[in-house]
Design a protein around this ligand. Structure first.
Ligand SMILES: Nc1ncnc2c1ncn2[C@@H]1O[C@H](COP(=O)(O)OP(=O)(O)O)[C@@H](O)[C@H]1O
Ligand SMILES: [Mg+2]
Length: 256
């Protein structure tokens, strides 16, 4: 019997912290590990997931599916020759409701993983629809108070709605003295930080090249982390502990 599809929501309180970058990279990494993966752009207001893959012209979109005009498989586009498909959202302004999102996402059964790139925070309808669509969530924050305090509310909402929190991804880490530490974040959110992704210039470079960094520069610091994260999520390997050398380098980075 085929295992059930895991629907992982990529959530944050604030915008611009790395949800779409994480959605794009994790979905490529999971597909490279041979998992059938669907990446869904759940940000109906300001979508941009497809742009990370160089998909510019979208003949059909998630809005058509939410309006029950098309099915997921009529719309989703295969990424290159891989096991990944992308369910893109129109870049044009369309006033589509999130009401059908959970029904649509939960009807998708032919994949091992569905990754839902969500719009940032808020208590209102989109967040409820995101949480109702997911089996699991990953919380994304940067190492600062505004981002951590906002995602703390999302963590709480996820727990209240009994959605499994896989953990926190701490993104754009520079190991500066002024940054919140992993321990600080765990305390604020009451959730475990499962992965720290460094500030990496290859990330914006890869976005400009319209290719997720795991494919564009797989051995870059961020590329490696996304692959480790995919292995961890697919329960193939624990997240590797930082080596002593990495800890020493991180300590010195605080002063530069
Ligand atoms: N690890 C990283 N290193 C460097 N830049 C990053 C990293 N993660 C994200 N970014 C930059 O941050 C910007 C915002 O990220 P994005 O994934 O669009 O955030 P969100 O979806 O949460 O709004 C991106 O354009 C990207 O260039
Ligand atoms: Mg985004």
């Amino acid at each position: 019997m085929q295992p059930p599809t895991r629907v992982i929501g990529i959530l944050s309180g604030k915008g611009g912290v790395g949800k779409t970058t994480t959605s794009a990279n994790l979905s490529v990494a999971l597909s490279e590990l041979n998992h059938r993966t669907l990446a869904v752009d759940g940000n109906l207001a300001f979508p941009n997931l497809a742009l990370h893959f160089g998909i510019l012209n979208v003949p059909a979109d998630l809005q058509n599916v939410l309006e029950e005009k098309l099915d997921v498989e009529d719309v989703a586009i295969r990424y290159r020759d891989s096991k990944l498909k992308i369910l893109q959202t129109s870049l044009r302004y369309k006033n589509t409701s999130y009401d059908n999102l959970a029904k649509v996402i939960q009807s998708v059964l032919d994949y091992d993983y569905v990754l839902l790139d969500c719009a940032p925070g808020g208590y209102m309808d989109p967040m409820k629809a995101f949480l109702a669509s997911c089996t699991d969530v990953l919380l994304i924050t940067t190492p600062d108070y505004p981002s951590a305090s906002a995602v703390a509310k999302i963590a709480r909402m996820a727990r209240e709605q009994k959605v499994r929190v896989l953990g926190v991804i701490l993104n754009r880490v520079q190991n500066k003295k002024f940054e919140l530490s992993k321990a600080d974040i765990q305390k604020i959110l009451d959730e475990k930080v499962i992965c720290s992704i460094p500030e990496d210039p290859m990330v914006p470079e890869s976005i400009s090249a319209r290719m997720p960094v795991v494919a564009y520069a797989p051995t870059s610091p961020a590329g490696r982390k996304y692959l480790e994260l995919a292995r961890f999520i697919a329960a193939e390997a624990p997240m590797p502990e930082e080596t002593l050398l990495q800890k020493i380098i991180a300590w010195f980075q605080r002063f530069f």
